[in-house]
Design a protein around this ligand. Structure first.
Ligand code: 5GP
Ligand code: ZN
Length: 114
């Protein structure tokens, strides 16, 4: 049994501020927000990073992005715009090794040419 913070958040063993949940996907507020709105979308099946998912079960990526679509459509984010980021490995700045997609918005974001 792997000791994974985000698996514990899914199970409710570590508290989080849930913003979305369906059969496959769980999303919650980032504890250190980098924008006015900052959420983390994760699959309920553990994987380490996006390449790990792509190799083992790429349908999980469609489930995560389907959840992001449903969530952002249900609030102002789709209309006002948002950014999706996934950090991979040391140079990417990944600190939690359960694949996650940062969804950032609620204000004009800087960086990436903006
Ligand atoms: P990474 O650096 O791996 O791309 O992103 C990990 C994210 O998880 C960071 O933005 C960090 O703030 C967030 N995080 C780390 N521990 C916790 C926690 O216990 N609860 C919540 N809600 N977010 C966390
Ligand atoms: Zn995990």
């Amino acid at each position: 049994m792997i000791d994974c913070l985000f698996c514990k958040i899914i199970k409710g063993e570590v508290p989080s501020e849930k913003v979305y949940e369906d059969e496959h996907v769980f999303a919650f507020k980032d504890i250190y927000p980098m924008a006015k709105e900052h959420y983390l979308f994760i699959h309920k099946e553990h994987s380490e990073n996006v390449n790990d998912i792509s190799r083992n079960d790429p349908s999980q990526l469609a489930q995560i992005f389907g959840a992001i679509e449903a969530f952002t459509k249900s609030n102002k984010l789709e209309e006002s715009g948002f950014r999706v980021v996934s950090n991979i490995g040391e140079n990417g700045g990944q600190t939690v090794f359960h694949t996650h997609f940062h969804v950032l918005g609620g204000e004009k974001l800087k960086g990436f040419g903006a």
